[in-house]
Design a protein around this ligand. Structure first.
Ligand SMILES: C[S@@+](CC[C@H](N)C(=O)[O-])C[C@H]1O[C@@H](n2cnc3c(N)ncnc32)[C@H](O)[C@@H]1O
Length: 379
């Protein structure tokens, strides 16, 4: 049987890399233009570097390195430290060969480590002074037991940190059932959420007891619990997640993003919207929809209409009868909904009126310039 890296990437694997690549490109531009002297990329479960036969398709470390090398601002980049951690010896050997061509790059320091992600990264962080350096971490393990909340909290404490995590929701759902008879697993699931009291596991099993057929409710409970743990225990200010589904539209995992700064959230949300491939209410990609909708522009257009309308509905409900600034509206959409902010959302919410900062009516009907105040209709 072919191993994981000998197989070709499934469409949802490309979607994952597309989201990562799009975020990397924007992240490099933002922090290069803000004059930082160092950047740090951490790939905690780096893999073998390539997928498939021959030259193969790039794995996540190569997605980072090739985006770095081909970037329009490449010449201006500060020194970039790339930490790649891979436990498996064979994968690490392939990874070392795959990144070889980038080892000669000036301003690029690539460090490959063999062993367990958490203990190795803790040690590296003890030894290096990464404070105030922008960090982008991609944590893409096979299971759900390898990323304790303590390491997320530590990474977040550096300030300008963005973390993209593969959260194995489907596996976790099964694991909670098994953990009832497995104390070690119970402890690891506690660590994932930053708990010690089995809180999430107990509540999950209670939901199952109430209605064993309502899987959607239980999955929503897991994503909601992780999102709130990332904020309360992990120290993130903003989070967003994206569902990855298989050929039967069956959930495989969620990609979770956590950050301390709003700009990170904006950039990631735009990246996730680009990779989105369905009409679902949540942000998601599925292999089934990919094969159905590929190259169908109509579907893309229709999807845009649908989410713009859904975002406008959120605004109408949130601010019914209130007068608020366009800046508050924009922050609300970016920080508290699944939608990216677009000016046309305000127009679609059909506000009662929009006035300039000085109280005069806006010249262009429906436009909301900086500083303007929007009065929403009561519902
Ligand atoms: C899903 S794959 C990574 C794929 C890669 N991020 C990509 O997108 O190309 C997970 C990798 O983590 C490695 N791994 C498993 N347990 C680990 C651990 N505790 N620490 C570090 N690496 C680990 C596996 O050997 C495997 O190569």
């Amino acid at each position: 049987m072919a191993t994981f890296f000998e197989e070709d990437l499934a469409p949802h694997g490309y979607a994952k890399h597309l989201i990562l690549k799009s975020h990397i490109e924007a992240w490099l531009a933002i922090f290069t233009q803000s004059n930082y002297n160092h950047l740090v990329y951490i790939d905690g479960f780096a893999g073998a570097g390539r997928y498939g036969d021959g030259p193969g398709k790039p794995g996540s470390p190569l997605v980072f390195l090739s985006s770095w090398k081909k970037h329009r601002l490449y010449k201006n980049f500060p020194e970039t430290l790339v930490i790649l951690i891979e436990k498996d010896d064979e994968n690490r050997e392939k990874l070392t060969a795959a990144v070889e061509e980038y080892q000669q790059e000036e301003r690029l320091k690539i460090k490959i480590f063999g062993g367990d992600f958490t203990s190795l990264l803790e040690k590296e962080l003890d030894e290096r002074q990464l404070h105030r350096q922008p960090i982008l971490a991609f944590l893409d393990p096979f299971g759900y037991t390898q990323i304790p909340m303590t390491i997320i909290r530590r990474l977040m404490s550096y300030g300008k940190t963005d973390i993209l995590i593969n959260f194995m929701t489907h596996g976790l759902r099964r694991g909670i059932g098994i953990s009832v008879r497995n104390a070690g697993l119970k402890e690891k699931i506690n660590a994932l959420f930053g708990d010690t009291d089995d809180r999430v596991q107990k509540a999950f099993l209670e939901l199952k007891h109430e209605n064993s057929r309502d899987v959607t409710r239980r999955l929503k409970f897991l994503t909601g619990s992780y999102e709130s743990a990332l904020k309360k225990k992990g120290g993130a200010n903003y989070t967003i997640y994206f569902a990855m589904k298989g050929p039967k539209n069956d959930l495989i995992y969620h990609l979770f993003f956590a950050t301390r700064h709003l700009k990170g959230q904006i950039v990631m949300k735009n990246s996730m919207y680009r990779a989105r491939c369905s009409n679902d209410e949540e942000l998601s990609f599925s292999d089934r929809d990919y094969f159905r909708f590929e190259h169908t522009n109509l579907a893309v257009k229709a999807r845009k209409e649908i989410w713009l309308e859904a975002a406008a509905k959120k605004l109408k409900e949130k601010y019914a009868g209130q007068r608020v600034s366009v800046e508050e509206v924009e922050h609300y959409i970016w920080a508290e909904t699944i939608f990216p902010f677009r000016k046309s959302i305000v127009t679609r919410a059909e506000p009662h009126r929009i006035v300039n900062e000085d109280g005069t009516p806006c010249k262009r009907k429906g436009s909301a310039p900086a500083g303007s105040m929007i009065t929403f209709r009561s519902i």
